[in-house]
Design a protein around this ligand. Structure first.
Ligand code: 13P
Length: 327
């Protein structure tokens, strides 16, 4: 192509990025993001009005993200139900910048109780969520694989993507946790690259949540209001996981990971980062300080979302960039 033609088609992309993104499947978007080393944050929603604020922010900065909801957002906070989230998402939605994900459906939950995972996954698929996450990480490898494969068989025929987890991302458990430095130094619970490759091959999952030093923010007791420990990441371990699996990898526990590690992780295979604690605390604080004004809480959240994407991840206009790669 001649230079002038290249320039012309580039300009056309700039005009058409929204249309390209609206038409693209989430699978295409995530693969393009992965190849370009662009991060797709996934924001947890414990309060319904957070959806509107996040989507407003994303439109403003032309970045792509996932809106996600997990059982604790519903049971411990005020997300109400998977259906309520979907309804609010549809009211605010702009598919050029956001899609909807069901986060963490555990087979065994943080209190050691069995969960009817099939019911919850089927509910999200029927409601029209774009992707779901089955978390069999508390099971032995073969059992995790069997259940994850069953979820793939439910979700994929409906065009819904599947995230799974292997390794132990701690923090949601109600009991005491070993000191963070101990977890990191020992590498205990880190995802095995060989097991990860085997799981991907056996199940056909789309994305894998890995344990490389990341931990979840607390969701119970006084700890849920406190600042999270600043996690580090083992980047050499991540490189092995990315090389062995070949699919987009997911970093849970995205709040408060040290910036230098996050930036390296994005360059080395992490495509999706789950962020819960940090945005929940921002919203709750502004809500309280404003005398329970939802708009004030939403405004504070909008600024936080922009700060996380533009300053912390150092990403700009990711939706445009993904569109450009897809065009
Ligand atoms: P944080 O609350 O630590 O950001 O983690 C969120 C998460 O991983 C949800 O799945």
């Amino acid at each position: 192509m001649r230079r002038v033609e290249i320039e012309r088609s580039r300009l056309k992309i700039m005009e058409n990025w929204k249309k390209v993104m609206e038409k693209a499947s989430l699978e295409e978007i995530m693969k393009a993001a992965n190849h370009q080393h662009l991060v797709v944050p996934a924001f947890n929603i414990p309060y319904l009005p957070m959806i509107e604020a996040i989507i407003e922010s994303l439109k403003e900065i032309e970045c792509f993200a996932l809106i996600e909801v997990a059982r604790p957002d519903i049971n411990r906070f005020e997300a109400r139900s998977f259906a309520a989230i979907k309804k609010e998402f549809d009211r605010c939605k702009d598919t050029a910048v956001a899609r909807l994900h069901q986060d963490h459906v555990p087979v065994i939950d943080e209190e050691g109780k069995e969960v009817d995972w099939k019911l919850l996954v089927t509910e999200a698929v029927d409601l029209g969520y774009d992707s779901v996450m089955i978390d069999g990480s508390r099971l032995p490898l073969e059992d995790n694989i069997t259940i994850t494969k069953a979820v793939v068989d439910i979700a994929h025929p409906a065009g819904v993507l599947v995230e799974a987890e292997l390794g132990a991302v701690m923090g949601h458990e109600s009991g005491p946790m070993p000191p963070y430095d101990e977890i990191f130094a020992s590498g205990k619970g880190f995802t095995s690259p060989e097991d990860a490759a085997y799981m991907v091959q056996k199940t056909g999952i789309d994305w894998l949540s890995v344990a490389i030093g990341n931990i979840h923010g607390a969701i119970t007791g006084a700890a849920k209001d406190q600042k999270k420990v600043q996690a580090r990441l083992n980047i050499e371990h991540l490189k092995k996981l990315a090389e062995k699996t070949g699919i987009p990898l997911v970093l849970h526990g995205g709040s408060g990971v040290r910036k230098e590690y996050v930036l390296q992780a994005i360059q080395n295979g992490i495509t999706k980062i789950n962020v819960g604690t940090e945005i929940r605390q921002t919203y709750e604080k502004a809500y309280k300080e404003s005398g329970n004004q939802v708009r004030a809480a939403q405004d504070a959240l909008k600024e936080k979302i922009k700060e996380i994407i533009n300053q912390y991840y150092e990403m700009t206009q990711t939706a445009r960039k993904i569109a450009e790669a897809l065009y």
